[in-house]
Design a protein around this ligand. Structure first.
Ligand code: NAI
Ligand code: OAA
Length: 328
């Protein structure tokens, strides 16, 4: 057995936290041979609920769970952390504009970035789930100058998984037969799920991309607006599927993506595909040796380019807003 990995989850008493913690403790995220020590960070009002979750984690008697601490202090919660899952965020309230939401979240992700910078382990990896995830990751990274920027990521794996299922349903194949999809841009309604490089059952997905009405009127909006459709149906936003995507993201980051396939993640751009440097943007990515690598050299046609550019423009506007607010 290796030494336990310290995993910090913020917003631990929320609905994603409840779907996430038990799977981390069971070994689904870091594999069946890696013990984990969990740190649950919550705001003071939710500490009691998080303690209840910690009691239930105890009651599962997970062989891989080396301990659970509940904290309301970021310095303690991120002390020695190897994997930080930043789930807790300020939801949009009535009458709140985008700028208000970004400002409220700056008050969360700035201090958490600073605490990670000061206290986390040297190999810390950060996944931001809380919305607006890409720009929250940008804010956190800006407050952690000693942590390499590539260690800050935003979750678009749920969008990726949603797209896989939509394609599998359309093509009438199992999800495992769909490969090389890509989500580009922001985790928002402007995101662009790209099928032009995808393979279905080992063959190019050309038959699907040729159906331009399905592609632009059904596939792209269904994936991009799936979060809203779940809220409409469930009366609450995606939780188990979001937790599952967070597990997938960290699993692949640490343990690698399968040969010949790729996935999607929001990573700090170094200028790939003309995306301005420093934006946290979703790209097709592979992972090896514990690092994400943007898949380079893909041909981007006009249909895709226009959609990627629109989502990147939204990311730039969010970055400009947080700059004006002095948050980055
Ligand atoms: N990137 C993605 O694909 C997805 C992102 N989300 C986002 O994930 C976030 C969490 O969603 P839910 O768990 O459903 O929300 P929730 O409202 O059930 O839970 C959020 C929790 O965060 C806590 N929290 C708030 N501020 C905090 C702070 N400063 N430090 C620590 N904890 C704090 C709250 O007390 C609450 O327990 C939301 O922003 C949601 O929009 C949700 C689904 C998918
Ligand atoms: O839409 C929301 O509020 C939650 C979310 O990010 C998603 O389900 O993709």
């Amino acid at each position: 057995m290796t030494a336990p990995v310290n995993v910090t989850v913020t917003g631990a008493a929320g609905q994603i936290g409840y779907a996430l913690l038990f799977r981390i403790a069971s070994g689904a995220m870091l594999g069946p041979d890696t013990p984990v020590r969990l740190r649950l960070l919550e705001i003071p009002q939710a500490v009691k609920a998080a303690e209840g979750t910690a009691m239930e984690l105890d009651d599962c008697a997970f062989p891989l769970l080396a301990g659970v601490d509940v904290e309301d202090d970021a310095a303690r919660a991120f002390d020695g952390t190897n994997v930080a899952l930043l789930v807790g965020a300020r939801p949009r309230g009535p009458g709140m504009e985008r700028g208000d939401l970004l400002e409220a979240n700056g008050g969360i992700f700035g201090p958490q970035g600073r605490a990670i910078n000061a206290h986390a382990a040297g190999d810390v990896r950060v996944l931001v789930v809380g919305n607006p995830a890409n720009t929250n990751a940008l804010i956190a990274a800006a407050h952690a100058p000693d942590v390499p920027a590539e260690r800050f990521t935003a979750m678009t794996r749920l969008d990726h998984n949603r797209a896989l299922s939509q394609v599998a349903h359309k093509a009438g194949v199992p999800v495992s037969e769909v490969r090389r999809l890509a989500i580009w841009g922001n985790h928002s309604a402007t995101q662009y799920p790209d099928l032009f490089h995808a393979e279905v059952a080992g063959a190019p997905a050309g038959v699907l991309t040729a159906d331009t009405a399905w592609l632009s009127d059904e596939f792209v909006p269904t994936v991009a607006k799936r979060g809203a459709a779940i809220i409409d149906a469930r009366g609450a936003s995606s939780a188990a599927s979001a937790a599952n995507a967070a597990i997938d993201h960290v699993h692949d980051w640490v343990l690698g993506t399968p040969e010949g396939d790729w996935t999607s993640a929001g990573v700090v751009s170094t200028g790939e595909y003309g995306v301005p440097e420093g934006l946290v943007c979703s790209f097709p990515v592979t992972s090896s040796d514990g690092r994400w690598h943007v898949v380079e050299g893909l041909e981007i046609d006009d249909f895709s380019r226009a959609r990627i550019d629109a989502s990147v423009a939204e990311l730039e506007a969010e970055r400009d807003t947080v700059r004006e607010l002095g948050l980055v």
